[in-house]
Design a protein around this ligand. Sequence first.
Ligand code: V1D
Ligand code: CA
Length: 513
Amino acid sequence: MCHAESRKIAIGSNSLPSGADMGNKKVCYYYDPEIGNYYYEQGHPMKPHRMRMTHALLAQYGLLQHMTVLKPSPAQEKDLCKFHAEDYVSFLRRITPDNQQDHLRQLKRFNVGDDCPVFDGLYSFCQTYAGGSIGGAVKLNYEHCDIAINWAGGLHHAKKCEASGFCYVNDVVLAILELLKFHERVLYVDIDIHHGDGVEEAFYATDRVMTVSFHKFGEYFPGTGGIEDIGVGKGKYYALNVPLDDGIDDESYQSLFKPIMRKVMEVYRPGTVVLQCGADSLSGDWLGSFNLTVKGHAECVRFMKSFNVPLLLLGGGGYTLRNVARCWCYETGVALGVEVDDKVPEHEYIEYFGPDYTLHLAPSNMKNKNSREKLDRIRAKVLDNISRLPHAPSVQFQERPPDTEIPEADEDEDDNKDERKDPDDDVNVDYLRETTPSRVKMEIIEPDAKDEIEMELDKGVRETDESLNDIECLMNPTLPTEAEAPASESLHTHVEEENSKNLPEQPEDMQHD
Ligand code: V1D
Ligand code: CA
């Protein structure tokens, strides 16, 4: 079903000019078998079932054997509050379809409803997808892998106190905060068709995170991400936006993506890269209007991988389910250095892939509204902005956290217990504020344990990981300035069997053809 790529050239570990696709990467893949059971609501385009379809495809192609498969440890309230406001997280924890009528004011205040409906298990859904992204960041920090994948993550629109665009908690921001404990500079790249506004906003005033979003711009959600939006204060030039028009094809897209990202890598020299792989930029997406093929989309993954910098791959949008599964399956292969067959193997969801049963997409004949001249102007402007950056900016670690021994896997413990310690046990990272030069001071207090369930080959083997938490992030007024204590009460939402598991017989996706 798949074969290792013939070309596997290992070159050093520094950020390099891209070239050959380096194989032999150790990959950790996060997946919770429950994720596909969450159901936004009838008629809503966001369908977590697409993660189950992707996983089934990975299993059938035999890709799971090539990576460490981990069940995410659910993010706890204190983890979510590293970015989100306590009252917002508490609201997400308590709101249910049954009690929402009693909380109309809060629903409005936190923008929950319409695009971001209340559904059964909403909070545990958030805990799961955020847990995967944070867990992936921890794995990268400890160099347990070169590439971590969480296709359930990438929910880039959520704000500190607000849901937005199908996103409730911003797992991307939480993962980046985790990565910042070990890395001076983190690069965020967003190829979802929508602007990565929540991530950009969180780090708009800092040079420790550079954000680059490629998106459709003009009369399109969320309406932000103009080419002139480049960051503020210390963060000026550390946000880049690449506004695009309908119908962009692989060649046009790569004519911007590669030169821009090559230059960003050369100038910014990030310690780690987070790539949001929203699949709504594919041709034929139910909400999107670009014309990328799976190969064109995956070329972004291949290109970012080629720099040999730790890489966190996240999901995001994607509303034509079969194409989402095709794309994320193929991109998992790219991460592993394995080329998968075009023929989709027989599996549980094979009927989605008819009539041709192929993995790859042909582009449509839609018009590419991005003229050569327009693309040239955008490229020149963005490259000019990058040229204003100082090479590898300012921040330096004053003290580094000591290496932490990762305990051996323990198969006896209860799978679902979360054993992260309270915030008082965490490492404090004190970013200096905007008024002072950027530097990092790290004070080790005690490591924080974070557990995940390793599901390699479905054997249910447990692996315990450790994370040095927490980050106190003072670089941006939108971020919490103090570690906040978790609420004492825990109100668990429950995924109802009949609502979450009995999906419509005819997949709604197939109605989107
Ligand atoms: F078509 C719909 C049907 C039901 C519910 C919502 C939608 C829908 C389509 N597009 N909602 C949208 C976008 N919302 C608006 C609203 C109108 N307003 C006043 C705002 O245009 C939201 C699109 C969200 C895209 C999310 C994402 O793909 O970027 C994503 N990334 O990570 C996860 C999702
Ligand atoms: Ca984007």
